[in-house]
Write a protein that binds this ligand. Sequence first.
Ligand code: 5GP
Length: 194
Amino acid sequence: MELLEDRIRRDGRILPGNILKVDEFVNHQVDPELMVAMGKDFAEHFKDLGITRVLTLEVSGISMALTAALELGVPMVFAKKISSKTLSNDTYHSKVFSFTKKIEYDIRVDKRFVTPDDKILIIDDFLAAGQALHGLIDLCEQGGAEVAGIGIAIEKVFQGGGKIFRDQGYDVYSLAMIDHFTDDGVVFSNEVTQ
Ligand code: 5GP
C-alpha cells in the first residue's frame, strides 16, 4: 500500500534491534485518515469471506482493526494483555512473547466474542517472528472459530513470521512488506529485484 509505505519512509525511524518506530502515525499518535485507508484496503481484500468478527491485540492493532471492521460491517474485538477486574473469568487465554519488550505476557478474550460460528479476520500492526499472531490464532482455535484471514499493517519479512503462517495455509495480507533495513532506511519487498 503506497500510502503506508510513503508514510513509513517519511516518519518511520529504525531503532537498534530491527525495530521500526512508527509512533507518529500508528503506535502513539494515530493518523485517522491513514487508518481509514488501511481499513478499506483490508476490507477490500477480505470482503468475500463472510467475516463475522475482526480480532486484534490491544493497543496498537485497535485503530486499524476498527476501521476494517467498520468497512466489513462487523464487530471488532481486542484481546486484552493483562487480566483485569472487569474481565469475566469466562475467557480463553494464551501466552505471547513480546518482540519489542522481550517479556512473556498473557492475552485473554471473553468466550462470548470467539465462537464456533465465527469466521475471524485477525489484524495486527506488525508481524515480526509471529508470536503475537500465534497467540491470537490460539484464542480462535480454543473458541472453535475459523481464522478466515490475517491482515497486517507492517510485515518485517526478514524476521520470518509471515512465511510460517503462509506455509500453514493462512491468507496473510500485509499492507507494507519490509525486506530489510539499511543505514539509509527501509527497503520494501516490492523494491527488491528477485
Ligand atoms: P511478533 O510477535 O510477530 O514477533 O511481533 C509482533 C508484535 O511485536 C506486534 O504486535 C508489535 O506490537 C510488536 N512489534 C514487532 N516488531 C515491531 C517493530 O518493528 N516496531 C514496533 N513498533 N512494534 C513491533
